[in-house]
Design a protein around this ligand. Structure first.
Ligand SMILES: [Zn+2]
Length: 461
């Protein structure tokens, strides 16, 4: 296919490393069709978009719950009892009990705009809010999920949608509580949502499925849904986030969550295990060997007091991983990567814990960035995450004139970007070759902010 558009990049991180003066050809589907290194300055000058800056792959966000953006920052007041993930969840359930489809659209649109500005070029939306406030199905069973899809399409972020299968309230098929009534489906109801999405989703969007957690499904239900699902679809599941979850799983089955999952099913590279915070040595090795991706959300995991993921051990087994903004307490790929490494430094009282293994560059920021774009794209079920022929042209333009980046080049540049300073370094964002953020802003910013404020005002009344 011929190039529809050509970008001249002064400096670019390609899949095999850094290059100067590169022409990137992109077709009308947003796919990269050619990469010309050390291009002559006068080639095809008339149709070239000049990007006189540093170009890096956009970051896929592999785990998001859009509705939680409405309460980000509202769980930070001590309640008088011992605050935990479970007391936070009560507050979160209270917020989501009220959200209407229209409010969800405006909340998601604001959130996805924030993601683009921060350098996320795609989001995997793990959507479990299915029914109306009374727990009844909407006329279109995928109503709430489609509101998120519309928000993504309107702001221009790449979208992978993960409708959530949620049936039970705890291990061993416990019945759900009233606060969970907006989530609940049996296999038939869930597969109807999937059918609605197959029919109504825009063709450039990607559809996967998401059994919520081992708490929310049982073996037969999960098996039935997997059997009925196209084998090419990605499968995401929350796993082993909290110690209580591990203990409850042990009480119920005699096995730990990851152990149970791998004994009953065969997670492969199409699977993404969200959090996987609490694993023993065997479980860590099992995931790494299977090629499944671990979805890490370090700011949410810190905010909720989940504990530390044993990243050092997992990385030693060459496990695949990516990052997600999950509860939206922070919407910044840089903060996720920084926290991931800092957590390990604090634990091990050493430095550069997650780089310096065989086959990597030894640059911690650069390695974390590269690995998370690749793992994130795979978890989102798309060809992206590195800039090469056949992949989506999802990329960021990073301003290298800021004082924080002065005198830095290539991998030092990425290390400085990840670890130094708090100014957003992203000056422009391209999704499938289209500019969606220009001069740090989105063209619909004012209107999106205004409608978001209205939605939050309604929810707080
Ligand atoms: Zn989550």
């Amino acid at each position: 296919m011929s190039d529809n558009q050509i970008f001249r990049c002064r400096k670019i991180l390609l899949d095999h490393g850094w290059s100067d003066d590169v022409l990137l050809g992109v077709d009308d589907q947003g796919l990269i069709t050619s990469v010309t290194v050390n291009a002559s300055k006068n080639s095809a000058e008339s149709q070239v978009v000049n990007l006189d800056n540093v170009i890096i792959p956009g970051m896929p966000n592999l785990h998001s719950h859009a509705h939680q953006r409405a309460m980000a920052g509202l769980g930070e007041q001590a309640s008088g009892e011992e605050d935990s993930f479970w007391t936070w969840r009560k507050a979160m359930y209270h917020t989501l009990a009220q959200i209407t489809p229209d409010q969800l659209y405006h909340i998601a649109r604001m959130l996805y705009l924030e993601m683009l500005r921060a350098g996320y070029t795609r989001v995997a939306e793990f959507q479990y809010l299915h029914h109306d406030q009374s727990g009844s199905a909407y006329a279109n069973r995928a109503e709430m999920t489609l509101q998120c899809a519309k928000a993504a399409s309107d702001v221009g972020i790449g979208f992978t949608v993960l409708p959530v299968l949620y049936r039970y309230g705890g291990f061993g098929a416990q019945e759900p509580g009233d606060a969970q009534k907006r989530f609940i489906n049996d296999a038939e109801g869930f597969l109807e949502i999937v059918s609605c999405l197959e029919r109504d989703l825009q063709k450039e969007m990607t559809l996967g499925i998401a059994p919520h957690s081992l708490r929310a499904v049982d073996k037969n239900l999960l098996q039935d849904v997997l059997d009925a699902t196209d084998k090419e679809r990605v499968v995401h599941i929350h796993i082993a986030e909290q110690m209580k979850e591990v203990d409850d799983c042990l009480d119920w089955s005699g096995q730990r969550p990851v152990e149970w999952l791998y004994h009953q099913f065969s997670p492969d590279p199409k699977w993404c295990l969200i959090h996987a915070t609490h694993m023993d040595k065997e479980e860590t090795e099992m995931i790494a060997k299977s090629g499944a991706i671990v979805g890490l959300c370090p700011t949410t995991e810190a905010n909720l007091g989940d504990g530390f993921f044993n990243a050092s051990e997992y990385f030693a087994h060459k496990g695949r991983w990516g990052i997600g903004s999950d509860s939206q307490i922070s919407v910044s790929p840089i903060e996720e990567l920084r926290w991931l490494e800092y957590g390990q430094r604090l634990l091990t009282k050493s430095r550069n814990v997650l780089a310096g293994r065989e086959g990597d560059t030894g640059h911690t920021g650069a390695e974390l960035y590269r690995q998370s774009t690749l793992g994130g794209a795979a978890a989102c079920g798309v060809k992206a995450g590195s800039l090469k022929v056949g992949n989506l042209a999802d990329f960021l333009v990073i301003d290298d004139s800021s004082p924080r980046q002065t005198g830095r080049s290539e991998d030092d540049f990425l290390d400085s970007m990840v670890f130094s300073g708090n100014e957003n370094p992203v000056s422009a964002v391209y999704v499938a070759g289209k500019p969606v953020i220009v001069d740090k802003q989105h063209s619909e910013r004012a209107q999106i902010h205004e409608r978001f404020r209205e939605a939050i005002k309604q929810l707080s009344q």
